[in-house]
Design a protein around this ligand. Structure first.
Ligand code: FPP
Length: 274
């Protein structure tokens, strides 16, 4: 475990506590990543405008983060705004999302402090509007010393562009140090990812039923367990995070290997037909 903060499970709701008590404390994930999807559909089903779905989605961000902090989850990484969202959504919606992010940071830093949450960001954040970047830096600075959950918002993020940025940084480092690109290792690439300071996600949750990874943490999810729920993000709460963790704990992670029970001797003369 990466977090040294005390558990605050006494602050869970009765419903959350019910699920939490079924979990195996020895097999809690260190890092949960979430693709928050379905804000628009949530609003559409209620004949509401899309932006109200995003607004409700921002509430889910805070509530899920607080549950994560109560159970001592060290890393929570949320896909808040992709490069594709930035390029392909109507300007008015992008502007609204930017204003929502600013307001979210302004209004929730105190709650992050109360919950010992540290906020950070990944993505090409230098391309975001200056006033948004200023708020982001302020929130990161204010919460810097917190020791509980690190909430990472992926903003103006794309998995492929993260790799391009990593390769460029690695090439520059090699030019400086005289190493050759042919000698590059996985570890070299890893050191230059935006996520170099954190473990890879153990669990990736996607809301609203879509079976896609949508350019999210492509390098990092190589061995991540994926959990998809039909629930739209604005309806996703701490209890659903706990249910996703329960489903994760029912999986057997093999990292390309076999369990003891499956490993069987193969005779040298076993016939090969292909
Ligand atoms: C997908 O809904 C969601 C996003 C565009 C990203 C998530 C954004 C939020 C939760 C808003 C607030 C976030 C913060 C950090 C304050 P969609 O519009 O793609 O939904 P749809 O697929 O149903 O149209």
């Amino acid at each position: 475990m990466y977090s040294t903060a005390p558990l605050r499970v006494n602050e869970l709701s009765a419903e959350e506590r019910g699920v939490y008590e079924t979990l195996d404390p020895a097999r809690m994930p260190d890092h949960v990543a979430i693709i928050m999807d379905g804000n628009g559909r949530w609003a559409g089903m209620r004949s509401l405008r899309r932006f109200l779905g995003h607004q409700q989605g921002a509430k889910s961000v805070q509530l899920v983060t607080e549950t994560a902090s109560r159970i001592g989850l060290p890393w929570l990484t949320l896909y808040a705004f992709s490069l594709e969202n930035n390029l392909r959504r109507p300007r008015a919606e992008v502007n609204f999302l930017m204003r929502l992010l600013r307001s979210y940071l302004e209004n929730n830093v105190q709650r992050m402090m109360d919950n010992n949450v540290r906020i950070r960001y990944i993505g090409r954040t230098h391309e975001l509007p200056t006033e948004v970047q200023e708020r982001m830096q302020w929130a990161a600075e204010e919460t810097r010393r917190n020791t509980g959950t690190t909430l990472t918002l992926a903003l103006n993020y794309g998995g492929r562009s993260e790799m391009v940025d990593a390769f460029r940084a690695l090439a520059a480092e090699m030019a400086r140090t005289g190493r050759k690109m042919e000698d590059a290792t996985e570890e070299d690439v890893h050191r230059h990812l935006y996520t170099a300071h954190m473990p890879d996600p153990d669990l990736l949750v996607r809301t609203s039923g879509e079976m896609r990874v949508s350019n999210y943490l492509l390098w990092q999810i190589a061995y991540t367990e994926i959990f998809v729920t039909e629930r739209y993000w604005p309806d996703f709460r701490g209890v659903h995070l706990l249910e996703a963790i329960a489903a994760y704990q029912r999986r057997e992670r093999r990292y390309g290997g076999l369990s003891e029970a499956e490993a069987e001797p193969i005779p040298e003369d076993a016939q090969v037909t292909a």
